[in-house]
Design a binder for this molecule. Sequence first.
Ligand code: KIV
Length: 300
Amino acid sequence: MSVTSINSSPKITTTTLFEKKQRREPITSLTAYDYPSARLVDEAGIDVILVGDSLAMVMLGYDSTMPVTMDEMLHHVRAVRRGVKHGMLVADMPYGSYQVSHEDGLRNAARFVKEGGVEAVKLEGGEKRVEFIHRLRDAEIPVFGHIGLTPQSVHTMGGYKVQGKTLNAIEQLMRDAVAIDRAGVCGMYLEGIPREVAAMITAEVKAPTIGIGAGPDCDGQVLVIHDILNLTFAPPAKFVRRYGDAAALISDAVKAFKHDVESGAYPADEESYHLPKEARATIETVVERKHAVGSRREVV
Ligand code: KIV
């Protein structure tokens, strides 16, 4: 399908996602953090474009998602907004932006809508977020949940570990999924859980599930764009499939540029601007005269 036909197809909304779940049509989601990646992801026809707080790690070089601030997120969200026309734009609420109070959380979510132009926000947590999800919906802000391996809980989880492996943990995950579903999320991200558990949740809830490291039975799949392009400088997690090698592409291009500049091969004459013919002729005459005067002086 051409870019034009994707962009002329209807805008993806929360309704589209529910319809896709009902029709068992896989939902696609990828992260984007800047204008060029947003354009490419959107023009490829991805349904949900997520400005994830993973940007703390993949764009800003932090070793967890915790340090990224609302202002930093908004800076990226606005760039992505300018590149997205067709997909649904979702912003991750960063750590600290909704845990302190509901008022604080509402103000921050509203900033994403008003200043960033997002169509939904995403937040981590299950049962304990039910009241806040209601408050967001009262404020007309669609919200995605995120349960399982929730990176903002890295310290309480004791590391980035697959969740939902014991009977108790599975029961808690099911309670979390059902609770946020009933609270009215427009979708939920399931991260780092056994595929069997993700399949049970997907069958149980009305909202579309989008998995990352949660197996093939979710209603959709998401990956971090830097992971699929080999731009993370780290060995990939088990669930990551690499679809390209941007690290090699960029590195080869940079080395070739350096080589060409150092060897004088860049820029070539065709890559240079030229004076118009008449101006060139005048300049050449002036230069020739100067040379002639210079050589007479040398003789004297
Ligand atoms: O921050 C992020 O990129 C995410 C996805 C991995 C779901 O939350």
